[in-house]
Design a binder for this molecule. Structure first.
Ligand code: ZN
Length: 195
């Protein structure tokens, strides 16, 4: 695994089905890393007694944090639920709020759930071939509502930075849960407005 020189052209391989690159090590988030993210804490603790499943992983190539560089990689969210809430990523704002991001869905299916500090929100369905444009100022979270891994390719301004703390503290306004075998978007009873 060689260091990348971001001032030179380079190529890197990603498997379009699995999202994996054998040239880099992914960052992994297990259920125990996501306490406080899923609303059904009782189900989460019960699940943790049995095992600590891998919920998602992503590739961060560590670009220099310059406005002219691009951060990119893949994200893989595994299928499953905590209680009736689908497996998902922590979700984050960008530290530089005025920066957008794109997510191109490679395989699987799910949703990109977005909200801004004013409490406006949106959810866009992701299926292979669809690109979701996450506009500036919107926190974003990938949610797997299918039975196979949800794989996306992302790209954003390399100096944007990640603010995970706001979502960890305030939660998302909306939750995606399964009701009678269907995806339902409900209000999060624990949500705290940023305003
Ligand atoms: Zn982002």
């Amino acid at each position: 695994m060689k260091d990348i020189n971001w001032d030179r052209a380079f190529t890197i391989y990603f498997d379009l089905e699995k999202g994996i690159s054998d040239e880099r090590k992914p960052i992994q988030r297990r259920l125990s890393d996501l306490k406080g993210i899923f609303y059904d804490t009782e189900s989460l603790e019960l699940m943790l007694k049995d095992n600590n499943p891998l919920i998602y992983e992503f590739f961060d190539l560590g670009p220099p944090e310059n406005p002219g560089d691009l951060a990119f990689g893949t994200s893989i969210v595994y299928p499953g639920k905590v209680g009736n809430e689908y497996f998902m990523t922590k979700g984050h704002f960008h530290s530089i709020l005025e920066t957008a991001e794109i997510y191109y869905c490679l395989s699987g299916k799910g949703y990109m759930l977005m909200e801004n500090p004013e409490g406006d929100w949106d959810a866009k369905e992701m299926t292979p071939g669809k690109v979701v444009y996450v506009p500036k100022r919107y926190a974003h979270r990938s949610i797997n509502t299918g039975n196979v891994p949800l794989v996306t390719f992302f790209a954003f301004r390399a100096d944007a930075g990640h603010d995970y703390g706001t979502i960890e503290t305030n939660g998302y306004k909306k939750l995606l849960v399964e009701t009678d075998g269907k995806v339902e978007i409900i209000d999060n009873p624990k949500w705290i407005s940023c305003k």
